[in-house]
Design a protein around this ligand. Structure first.
Ligand SMILES: Nc1ncnc2c1ncn2[C@@H]1O[C@H](COP(=O)(O)OP(=O)(O)O)[C@@H](O)[C@H]1O
Ligand SMILES: [Mg+2]
Length: 441
């Protein structure tokens, strides 16, 4: 669906910006390219002005990728130069250290040739007076350093650097009023997050914990990701939005380090929300084939436990379409104490959604929102958003054909869009939630 491409492009752009801020232009370049690819895909689904705009945006993203790539190259050159200089300094220092006394009975081992590990590195100064043994020790120490630097690559290792990777994203500018239905989620968030900010004394008096873990689960396209973004906007908490791919790294131990960095960064902020989208891909059941995931889950559990006990207002919000894939320990208190099913929109929510989307647009006559809300029963919100887009396309198409005639949305446009729209919800999906729910009590 075209809107998905836009969302993915948007997410990749945000990632790219964060990576640039963290001094990771190489990875940012990849993220910008991903954003450009998604934008091109989106352009493929559009026509006319919209398509032109999307193509222009894609071009900008490619330019951003190019600039990030240039930065990465400079950074790499600077790193190589830094390492080479450090290597030279070490060699020079070694040249000044007194020779260690040779062990009496041991014959000298043959000196292996000193190979520069990096062709860009200047060759070490000749030291004819040094005994072979010292030369070997220093060279192997240096080549060990070089090797470990190469292995390290652009990966950050220290705790502080790890924390730096996770910076809160800008307020996503989605509001509660943009969200149809989900009243139970909104009121839970009010109780857990907004009211403690407004009335801290009341919560303190009753020694009520603030924040905590909230799991949103339900079929796709019902607004789980969207409401997390609205919570961030409405509460003003620092919003750390994470996907599994942000955590699981390429090297051994990356996942644990990244998780720690993430929670440290959120704790440091003191008023933060960590949002794990598609939580099942991170907190999946242990015991499967993946050793990486088997190591990440315990770390996640211990970080979550520490997080809940930390001072400040800290919230972990997670969303999943597949709660049955979650490791059961994640669901136990004190971790996800609140679990909220985010289901298909009911009549008032469908009504709210179509009315809000179409109300302000130029129309020929009054539209029958009741009729639409009725006809869209069984649709998820993403399907309804797609229906609304379809309604808007009809007058735009007419406008492109007849640029001088003012165009309006007509009742027929709505009927045509209704006839062409389908629900993407699978009955078996809904049944699966029912079954899972039954196992939880
Ligand atoms: N409750 C809602 N109110 C208004 N629009 C919604 C709602 N839920 C979903 N949408 C629309 O559907 C799109 C996909 O929703 P999303 O939050 O990604 O669903 P989920 O995370 O549950 O799969 C959103 O970008 C938005 O356009
Ligand atoms: Mg989602």
């Amino acid at each position: 669906m075209s809107i998905e491409y836009l969302k993915q492009s948007d997410a990749a752009q945000r990632r790219a910006k964060q990576l640039m801020e963290c001094g990771e232009p190489g990875q940012a370049c990849d993220a910008y390219l991903e954003a450009a690819t998604q934008m091109l895909r989106f352009a493929g689904t559009q026509q006319g002005e919209k398509q032109k705009n999307a193509l222009w945006l894609a071009e900008q993203l490619i330019e951003d990728a190019r600039l990030a790539g240039d930065d990465a190259q400079k950074q790499n050159e600077a790193r190589v130069a830094g390492i080479a200089a450090a290597a030279e300094r070490k060699i020079a220092a070694a040249a000044q250290t007194p020779d260690p006394p040779a062990p009496p009975a041991q014959p000298d081992p043959p000196a292996p040739p000193v190979k520069p590990a990096d062709p860009a590195r200047p060759s070490p100064p000749a030291r004819p007076e040094k005994p072979a043994e010292t030369q070997t020790n220093n060279s192997s120490a240096i080549s060990r350093d070089l090797k470990s630097w190469q292995q390290r690559g652009s990966r950050m290792t220290s705790d502080a650097e790890n924390r730096m990777k996770f910076v809160p994203v800008e307020s996503p500018n989605v509001h509660f009023s943009d969200i149809a239905g989900l009243e139970n989620v909104k009121s839970m968030v009010r109780l857990k997050v907004i009211e403690p900010i407004l009335h801290p004394e009341l919560y303190e008096r009753f020694d009520k914990t603030m924040g905590g873990g909230i799991l949103l689960y339900g079929p796709p396209g019902t607004g789980k990701t969207m409401i997390a973004r609205a919570v961030a906007t409405e509460t003003g908490l620092d919003f750390f939005s994470v996907r599994c791919s942000d955590i699981v790294g390429k090297s051994f131990g990356d996942g644990e380090r990244n998780l720690k960095g993430l929670f440290d960064a959120a704790r440091e902020s003191g008023r933060a929300m960590i949002f794990f989208d598609e939580f099942e891909s991170l907190a999946c059941k242990r015991g499967g084939g993946s050793t990486v995931m088997n190591r990440i889950v315990p770390e996640l559990l211990s970080q979550m436990d520490g997080f809940q006990q930390a001072d400040g207002l800290l919230v972990v919000l997670a969303s999943t379409n597949r709660p049955w894939d979650l490791d059961s320990a994640v669901l136990r208190p004190p971790r996800m104490t609140e679990r909220i099913y985010v289901g298909l929109p009911d009549f008032p929510a469908r009504h709210y959604m179509v009315k809000k989307a179409l109300e302000e647009l130029p129309k020929e006559s009054l539209l029958d929102y009741d009729r639409m809300a009725e006809a869209l029963e069984g649709f998820n919100c993403a399907d309804i958003a797609a229906f609304v887009e379809r309604v808007k396309e009809a007058p735009i198409r007419r406008g492109l054909r007849e640029p001088d005639v003012p165009q309006f949305i007509t009742v027929q446009d709505v009927e045509d869009a209704l006839a062409a729209s389908h629900s993407s919800v699978q009955k078996s999906d809904l049944e699966a939630f029912g079954k899972w729910e039954a196992t939880q009590h």
